[in-house]
Design a binder for this molecule. Structure first.
Ligand SMILES: Cc1ncc(COP(=O)(O)O)c(C=O)c1O
Length: 444
């Protein structure tokens, strides 16, 4: 019997990986073992793995072997996300990773392991973190235009925990939370958990309708405004100084708290000052390292005004006490040695390249996006129902989110949100072309 061609082996392995038969994280046979098992030359086995690596399906780790890459933001699809066919692209969740980040992690762990003072990682940090670590984050935040004392920085297990902690401390069930009519879905989950009354503010492509926000603050007892002024998720806007000043004025007029989400703010190289700098007395600024470093790190923080520090710290004790010491040690080392700043620069370039690909693949379609972000808001034709389109795309192996997930009220436009950050760069263009073809083939 003739040995199979290298292409047949690549196809077979690619299908097994895409369908999940060979799960993410699996260590594959060594090149030598693969050559023996398949009766091919060693050079051919190497070529097989090189091709799978180029397809973004496996990753070679020097000295350890070849592993199946983790491709989804969620380790295995939730039941509603199960795909009827092998997965082609996950455009539903952003988890960008730069080349070589696994090596960075390995180096950082090695350096931690050999550092003199490791025993402290076995001791409980105070809620909100140790002073030194909070000072590292405070210094990092200077680069975002936030000048704060370490005592006002509270460390958490990701931005979502920071948001949860702030809302738990500063709101009561029944309070009104002003939000954009389309916004990050995590806030809706939190509002429901805390019994808050969401008050949606209409949106345009360039920002929230600020007359409507003024009106809302005049007519209802708004307790907090949740805002994403810099690289909005999902609409990509960056608010200008005047828009920012108006949000602050609205918050001051009704004496409410501003919860500013800066999770994606690093993607804008030179944004106007954050709301926190304009209204430090009432703004809780929340962000983390999920999108600029790694989603799996689970490191975030909140900058909190003096008068709320005690309440937010107490609220951190409800769950997790903040960020684990080991994660904090990694995160602060990367902040202090400039790795985070370097990765942020790489991400801006990567995001811009992905937006270029999207602009070309989706030319002529109704696209709203920041030119250096990982998100595209794709308007659909009147006859295209988002849930139906998402189901059609799932048949193609493409996962997307519908506008419903981002809606905080009754405004549910016919649109999809595409997350561009997860697929390997080389797979993004083909996936978007396939998406376009599938959408355009839907009969009126
Ligand atoms: C706008 C926004 N805020 C917060 C988060 C949560 O971030 P983390 O992973 O740090 O909890 C996300 C995650 O997608 C996000 O898009």
């Amino acid at each position: 019997m003739r040995p199979p061609s290298y292409k047949a082996i690549v196809d077979e392995l690619a299908t097994a990986i895409r369908s999940g038969t060979v799960p993410a994280g699996t260590r594959l046979p060594t090149h030598r073992d693969l050559a023996r098992e398949r009766r091919i030359a060693l050079a051919t086995a190497t070529r097989v793995y090189a091709e799978l690596a180029a397809m973004g399906l496996v990753v070679g780790e020097p000295g350890r072997g070849t592993f199946v890459r983790v491709r989804s933001g969620y380790d295995g699809p939730e039941p509603s996300r199960a795909l009827p066919v092998p997965r082609v692209a996950d455009l539903s969740f952003n988890q960008p990773l730069a080349q070589g980040q696994a090596d960075l992690l390995r180096l950082a762990l090695r350096s931690l392991a050999t550092s003199g003072e490791i025993e402290s990682l076995l001791r409980q940090d105070p809620p909100g973190g140790r002073r030194h670590d909070r000072a590292v984050v405070a210094t990092y935040l200077l680069g975002r235009g936030i000048d704060t004392a370490p005592a006002n920085v509270l460390l958490a297990s990701g931005a979502q925990q920071a948001l949860d902690t702030v809302l738990r401390a500063l709101t009561r069930p029944g309070d009104v939370l002003a939000v954009d009519a389309l916004t990050y879905p995590g806030i809706t989950v939190l509002a429901s958990a805390h019994g808050l009354d969401l008050a949606p503010v209409p949106v345009t492509a360039t920002g929230p309708d600020l007359d409507a926000l003024d009106q809302l603050c005049r007519t209802r007892p708004v307790r907090a405004i949740y805002a994403i002024p810099t690289v909005h998720n999902p609409l990509g806007w960056v608010l200008d100084r005047e828009q920012r000043a108006r949000i602050v004025a609205a918050a001051r007029a009704c004496d409410c708290v501003i919860v500013e989400d800066g999770t994606y703010a690093f993607l804008e190289a030179a944004p106007p000052p954050p709301l926190q700098a304009l209204a430090p007395e009432r703004t809780c600024y929340v962000a983390g390292l999920s999108k600029n470093v790694a989603t799996g790190l689970r490191f975030g923080f909140a900058v909190v005004p003096d008068r709320h520090v005690r309440a937010v710290t107490r609220s951190l004790r409800v769950a997790a006490w903040g960020a684990p010491g080991l994660v904090t040690a990694l995160a602060t080392a990367w902040i202090a040695d400039g790795t985070v700043a370097r990765l942020e620069k790489v991400r801006r370039g990567d995001a811009a390249a992905r937006q270029d690909i999207a602009r070309s693949a989706l030319a002529g379609m109704d696209v709203t996006a920041h030119p250096e972000s990982y998100v595209v808001w794709l308007g659909l034709e009147p006859h295209q129902r988002p849930d139906h389109v998402a189901a059609v795309l799932a048949e193609e192996g493409i996962l997307v989110s519908t506008a419903d997930a981002f809606a905080t009220g009754s405004y549910r436009p016919r649109a999809l949100r595409l997350a561009l950050g997860t697929p390997p760069l080389g797979e993004l263009g083909p996936a978007l072309h396939r998406l376009r073809d599938a959408i355009e083939a839907i009969p009126p």
